[in-house]
Design a protein around this ligand. Sequence first.
Ligand SMILES: Nc1ncnc2c1ncn2[C@@H]1O[C@H](COP(=O)(O)OP(=O)(O)OP(=O)(O)O)[C@@H](O)[C@H]1O
Length: 581
Amino acid sequence: MASPGVLLLRSGLAGSRAPMVRIAGLTVLEAAPALAAGAVAATAIDHGFLAGRPGIGLAWLGLLAVLHLVRATAERAVFPHLAAVVEPLRDHLVRRLVSATLLRATDRYGRPEGVDAATVTRLTRQVESVRSLVAALLRTARPLAVSVLAAAAGLAALRLSLLVFLAPLVLVLAVFPLSLRVLSRRRRMVVLADERITARIGESLLAARDVAALDAAGQCLAAIDEAGREVRRTTMAAARTAGFRIAMVTVGGYVPLFALLVAGPQLVAGGRISTGELVGAALYLTGYLLPAVQAVTGTVSAYVTQLGTALTRLAEASGTVPARTAETAAGHSAMPATGGIAVTVDRLTFAYSATAEPVLAGLSLEIAAGEHLAVVGASGIGKSTLANLLAGLERPRTGRVRLDGVPVDELDDRRRSRWVALVPQEAYVFAGTVLANLCYLNPDAEPPAIDETIRLLGASRLVERLGGLAGEITDPATQLSSGERQLLVLVRVHLSPARLVILDEAGCYLDPASEAVAEAAFAARPGTLIVIAHRLASAARADRVLMVQADGARLGPHRQLLAESGAYAELMERWRGGTGV
Ligand SMILES: Nc1ncnc2c1ncn2[C@@H]1O[C@H](COP(=O)(O)OP(=O)(O)OP(=O)(O)O)[C@@H](O)[C@H]1O
């Protein structure tokens, strides 16, 4: 599936088909010299200069000059059409960003909050760079790609062995997109590592007094040092991938040329090709193919990676435009939960301060994608703390949490909030319509999905009482009970795109039957589910149970723990005695 950045670009270019077709037509004219150069030079030499008819030779060269004139005219004619593509693209992106920012500003708590003008300015600057990068790519990459194809066709027409001359080029063209993807990813890692070290230094400076009071300077320096090593590692990795360009230029551009130099004189001597054809082939290789390979792997690859980064940021920033705007009505569907996330907890140790006893010490654990895990343990043992660590809301002292292999602290806020939803005990419902509350985490949710989720969670009667989806909630504290607020928030999270849902006693105010219905709805939802259980029934419903204890943790299916762990059996007995469920 295309990335959000590519989808954003596509939606911005969707209305520009006509100018794109005109540009493609002009591109054919622009390619004329690249296609004809070698063949024309060969004919000029063989039938003109070497045949003692310089006039004929000059006439052929004149044809080449005419083709270059045609090319220059076509290049000039392309500009208005380029403008017809990139200007609407810019307008489209700006409109989406401003709409998204305005919606965020008014939607958050159901009342206007003020527009974050600095964010809009920064983002519109990125829109400008997308505009100029797309224009630059259309100007440079398009004729280059055509040059490569035209020169390859010209070489083929000169009856030179395709295997020797074109195989290296095909190899480079096949590897190039892959290297581009790796380079983009590594450049992004550099940016993230840079941001992390800046954040670490900033945090340490801001907390300088606490650091001094707790004698934690060593720890701060170690954290900064680790972030510094990460910057060095990611920068080196990006530089290595960029260096791969030299190998691509050598293989795609110089190897064919070298082959021609070695084999050319023999081919001429053996009568396989004429002198003119040898010169023509050299012209194709040095005049078109080599510069094109150099430019594609250099400038063009830099443009593409920059464009990718800018588009990703813009897609993230405009991700809250709801379905009811023009763009989303034109075909952007709600983002579904795309399957579960595998969670890896690796020797996690956490304490609330440098001198406090750790709440969790050396906890390791694997949760499979799509698994339903219940977490149980005595009050105050650290279940909520673990939930916060899994969601990346707290930083461990040592060890790491990885979501699908990505350290949770390396996820930017937006991606983390899209991947993970942590639902606490206190449900937050804001003043506004029922619809706005339910779709807060997924403004693109389609009405049938909203209705179905309300039904699944057993919230139909409540929504009806509130006046349906358009019903206004004016004062959530008095209008709704704690359980009703929890129910609305559970519908909201169920509708969200989160692939990992952590319910931290999120249904504690619901009656046991309603909580069972809600939990069953979450268990049936595609995604990983972690339930901090406060009732025996929640543990019994899960695939596995993690029992957190002062001296470590135990993990296994409910029945196995009941049979094997006295502490677990005792906890269950206490719950059974207390609530009967
Ligand atoms: N922000 C905080 N600052 C300092 N200590 C905290 C903080 N939050 C929790 N603690 C302490 O950390 C320990 C673990 O708390 P946590 O809330 O994770 O336990 P829990 O198992 O979820 O408890 P409960 O079942 O009662 O919700 C407790 O001793 C608690 O007092």
